[in-house]
Design a protein around this ligand. Structure first.
Ligand code: FUB
Length: 461
């Protein structure tokens, strides 16, 4: 009997794990997701929580990307507090937008004068390198409300920057995207516009919302949307208002996502359309060791109602359905993954971004790998190890699924000395599968680091 219970628990655990694709990033705690669609790819700009702390003491921002909504590539951390000489702490929510081939990443951080301020970094690429565009904040006036910038370029070319905690502000950005014209405008936050006022706190009135922070501004089919974090019972919910113009008046429309056991006091999100679907990004504290200061980005697909209103969206473990495939015959970065366990991501100037700290029984899951009609001949992986004995296994459809290829690794001359290993396939494979890169080893003590993993590909006959 005991044996059956253990087996049942094993199944529940593995089924639960293999289905989970939220949070979209497991190797770091990346909250406050700000999605951007550019050139057929979705980028998600996130923060970098430090779990175990007792406040949002964050020091950098990260970028992820996907073309299928299930496998995400970690591009590392192109900017940190170090990138802004005026910033001393609290690398909080941010958003990036493209204009005329340049990428403007609006961030907020605590300034050396101790207030919160908004700055902007610029790059020629969505993944950087980025540089502080001004060398000083774009918005700074001694206030703690200057957080959570959100930006949108309207059809007539006018760009708007909204932001604010407790209050909601906006400015009209100039075409250069790094300066603005006119005064900072304070948006009236009322029961009618945002579901509650500061004096009508929804903590006491859980059925009412109150604008708190995290605005997300965009336009769709001639309607302007302002999603934001409102105060719900037990933590922040995601709510929204709409308007016929970019500067209001705003009309409160209701809650999109309740604070449904997300294990995080805050929530912060973004909304995009991609490949004909609509997606809500948000964050939860549901990763192991997560919580209010260990939050990570999640995503759900939803469908707008015919009148443009947004339905209530439920947080799931599974996340959205895939909308693309992985081509195994092209070089794929090891840090492109739908799920992973017992590994992390490292980055340095020489090697770029790679998977590191792989441990026995850990794995990387890559979904929707399309092998086509003919089985490949061999498998190549680029790996580095300071010790002998690591084994990288490629398995099909589950952690314990059929073994199609493996590489047994000698030490390569150091953890940063990447070498390409090619091995013949141990089993033919065609069609579309999830591929699990399982971390195994010979004579290796559990807990010991096995190898670093940079990229992989299968080779056609
Ligand atoms: O991540 C730090 C802060 O927490 C963000 O700026 C807010 O929106 C909240 O998510």
């Amino acid at each position: 009997m005991k044996k059956y219970i253990v087996f049942a628990l094993f199944l529940v655990f593995f089924c639960g794990v293999s289905k989970a694709e939220n949070p979209i990033m497991q190797t770091h705690f990346g909250p406050d997701p700000a999605p951007m669609v550019y050139n057929g790819t979705v980028y998600s700009y996130v923060g970098d929580d430090i779990p175990g702390t007792d406040f949002y003491y964050m020091t950098k921002w990260r970028v992820l990307s996907t073309t299928d909504m299930v496998n995400w590539t970690d591009h590392g951390s192109p900017i940190s507090l170090e990138s802004f000489k005026w910033a001393r702490d609290r690398a909080w929510a941010a958003q990036c937008i493209e204009r005329n081939g340049k990428f403007y990443w609006y961030i907020c951080a605590q300034s050396t004068k101790n207030d919160m301020a908004i700055g902007v970094a610029v790059s020629d690429s969505p993944t950087g390198p980025f540089k502080d565009a001004l060398g000083k904040p774009l918005i700074m006036n001694g206030s703690w409300s200057n957080i959570d910038p959100t930006v949108w370029i309207d059809d007539d070319g006018q760009a708007y920057l909204y932001w604010g905690n407790g209050s909601l502000f906006y400015v009209k950005l100039n075409k250069d995207m790094i300066s603005y014209s006119g005064d900072i405008v304070t948006v009236p936050v009322t029961v009618e516009s945002f579901g509650g006022t500061r004096g009508n706190k929804s903590v006491e009135n859980p059925n009412k919302d109150m604008y708190v922070e995290g605005p997300w501004f965009y336009k769709r089919n001639n309607l302007y949307y302002m999603m934001y974090a409102g105060m719900g019972k037990g933590g922040e919910c995601l709510s929204y208002s709409t308007s016929n113009g970019p500067t209001g008046p705003w009309k409160y429309q209701g809650k999109i996502m309740e604070n449904q056991k997300l294990n995080s006091f805050t929530n912060h999100g973004g909304i995009i359309d991609y490949k004909g679907n609509s997606y809500l990004f948000y964050h939860s504290g549901l990763l192991p060791n997560g919580g209010s200061y260990g939050r990570a980005a999640c995503v759900e697909q939803f469908t707008y109602n015919p009148d443009g209103t947004i339905p209530a969206v439920t947080a799931t473990k599974e996340g959205p359905k895939p909308v693309g495939f992985i081509d195994p015959y092209k070089r794929q970065e090891a840090e492109t993954m739908a799920w992973s366990e017992k590994c992390t991501i490292s980055q340095n100037d020489k090697l770029g971004v790679y998977v590191s700290s792989t441990r026995l029984k850990g794995y990387i899951k890559v979904r929707e790998v399309n092998f086509g009609n003919q089985s490949p001949k061999s498998f190549t992986a680029t790996l580095a190890a300071g010790v002998d004995g690591g084994v990288l296994e490629a398995r099909l459809d589950s952690v314990g699924g059929p073994l199609i290829a493996f590489v047994t690794l000698p030490r390569t001359g150091g953890w940063d000395k990447f070498v390409s290993f090619t091995s013949n396939l141990s089993k033919e494979v065609t069609g579309t599968h999830d591929v699990y890169f399982y971390f195994n080893g010979q004579n290796i003590t559990a807990g010991r680091e096995l190898f670093n993993f940079d990229w992989w590909k299968f080779n056609q006959k």
